[in-house]
Design a protein around this ligand. Structure first.
Ligand SMILES: Cc1cc2nc3c(=O)[nH]c(=O)nc-3n(C[C@H](O)[C@H](O)[C@H](O)COP(=O)(O)OP(=O)(O)OC[C@H]3O[C@@H](n4cnc5c(N)ncnc54)[C@H](O)[C@@H]3O)c2cc1C
Length: 459
């Protein structure tokens, strides 16, 4: 029996499984689809996600597929300069989501079980039982990373409040048999208008269209070549000609978030926990960082070393981050509306973004580098411990935590959580931080300043 089941082999489920496996757990990922998808919704990685993947040794396999290093993010198409961000990666990586997922999947010890759609979930005091692909699986915990239409969310009746979709958009990857003059040959930041064309590999172009026709058609209506031709002609003029449509899908601007990310022994992550308009390149990045936050906490819980409240801190830390992204993407949606009032707001925002502090604040948010949590003083760009342990850099490790904390040499003293966030940086309080984040030291090991009172005060 695995320790943890993961529903969904999207980027969130795969990185969660990777995090749990590197912490020594047995994990089984259950995926509905029989084969890995060849369709990429997301085309970009924000700097914080690049750091997370690099620190885990996952970036090297993604790099050959990178098509652009964009020195900026964007807010509803308004460029937000990243070049002075405090990171090794002050740019967005232009890369198709399938390559990110494939790089993570290739590193899993236990292969993903495909053709295994989760159809029932029941839980009791000791574990979770799941039916997937007609077979029964049981584990102590289930991570639901089964995407925006999460079956697990529906089965559990989990409240998913927010606003329904008001606009309908089409995403398509297509070839062009006749190109309009001046079409970009390299990756650029998206514009906010309908009909933006981004060159992908293999002669394909990515477009997103959202004209009147898309608002009239139902969400289940198939996307046709003619519909795309009409939308692109409206955006680019009569000289554009669609060749072949390789993939097309309708999506909307629903903005919803689970009230609680934990339902007993089921934890939600990625799009299963939050959905929003994919503007500003945020969704994939949110999911990857949910996974990095959840993995070590769930692993410590399974091993029995987690201090009280550690697992619940996953919701406490990550819910506000996604809530803020929902605010940001709603604001971006308003800025993108093609009407004079929205254009006026856009003009004002463009002016504000010329103020360096305003631009830096938004860059920090969009890049993910500004993410912080209570009790955390920053992030450390250091290679993660291969076994998922925390790292104590440049200080002596008190006895009893060596199974959870890897001592490292370094000039700047820091205690770094397995997800890369710094929870002590010199001075007093090291043992309190160890207790708060990594639990009581192993029994029978050398004495240290631990007392029951400090455990209560810091848990
Ligand atoms: C058009 C578009 C463009 C986007 N662009 C960007 C971008 O540039 N940058 C960005 O950061 N984000 C972007 N996003 C958002 C991003 O693609 C998602 O946030 C991301 O895919 C979320 O990953 P996930 O693993 O949580 O969910 P998903 O990628 O949806 O993966 C869920 C997985 O669960 C599986 N599954 C579903 N039901 C079941 C079941 N019952 N049992 C088992 N498995 C199941 C699915 O087959 C799938 O493999 C975009 C989204 C869209 C629609």
């Amino acid at each position: 029996m695995p320790d943890v089941l993961v529903a969904g082999a999207g980027p969130t489920g795969l990185l969660t499984a990777f995090e749990l496996e590197r912490a020594g757990l047995d994990v089984l990922v259950l995926e509905r689809d029989a084969r890995p998808t060849t369709q990429s919704k997301a085309l970009g990685l924000q700097p914080r996600s690049v750091e997370v993947l690099a620190d885990r040794g996952l970036l090297a396999a993604i790099e050959p597929h990178v098509q652009a290093k964009l020195p900026a993010g964007h807010f509803s198409g308004l460029p937000i300069d990243y070049t002075d961000l405090p990171t090794r990666f002050p740019y967005q990586l232009g890369v198709e989501q399938v390559h990110v997922a494939a790089a993570i999947e290739a590193r899993l010890r236990t292969p993903v079980l495909r053709d295994a759609a989760v159809t029932t979930v029941t839980q009791d005091d000791d574990g979770v039982t799941v039916t997937a692909g007609g077979r029964t699986h049981r584990a102590e915990w289930l991570v639901a990373a089964d995407g925006g239409h999460s079956t697990v969310r529906t089965l559990l009746g989990a409240a998913f409040p927010g606003s329904p979709a008001r606009i309908s958009l089409v995403v398509a990857d297509l070839t062009l048999s006749a190109k309009p003059a001046g079409l970009a040959e390299a990756w650029t930041l998206p514009s906010s208008g309908s009909g933006y064309l981004l060159p992908l590999s293999g002669g394909r172009f990515r477009t997103i269209v959202f004209g009147e026709e898309q608002q009239r058609l139902g969400r289940d209506e198939p996307v046709t070549l003619d519909e795309l031709q009409r939308a692109l002609t409206a955006a680019h003029g009569p000289e554009i000609e669609v060749g072949e449509v390789r993939w097309a899908s309708r999506f909307g601007d629903a903005a919803r978030q689970l009230e609680r990310y934990r339902h007993g022994r089921v934890l939600f992550a990625g799009d299963a926990a939050h959905v929003h308009l994919p503007v500003g390149g945020q969704g994939l990045n949110l999911g990857l960082q949910d996974a990095a936050n959840l993995g070590w906490k769930l692993a410590a819980t399974v091993r029995g070393t987690a201090p009280d409240g550690l697992l619940d801190s996953y919701h406490d830390e990550r819910h506000p981050i996604a809530a803020r992204v929902l605010v940001s993407t709603r604001a971006q949606a308003v800025l993108g509306v093609p009407d004079p009032d929205a254009a006026a707001v856009r003009e004002v925002v463009t002016g504000l973004l010329a103020v360096p502090e305003a631009r830096r604040a938004l860059a920090s948010e969009l890049s993910g580098l500004g993410v912080s949590y209570p009790g955390v003083s920053g992030r450390a760009e250091v290679p993660a411990a291969p076994d998922g342990r925390a790292m104590l850099i440049g200080a002596a490790l008190p006895g009893g935590w060596a199974d959870r904390v890897e001592p490292r040499s370094g000039a700047e003293p820091r205690l770094v959580r397995p997800d890369g966030y710094v929870v002590w940086s010199g001075g007093p309080g090291l043992e309190d931080a160890l207790l708060r984040w990594f639990g009581r030291p192993e029994a029978g090991l050398p004495a240290h300043a631990f007392t029951a009172d400090t455990a209560c005060a810091t848990a």
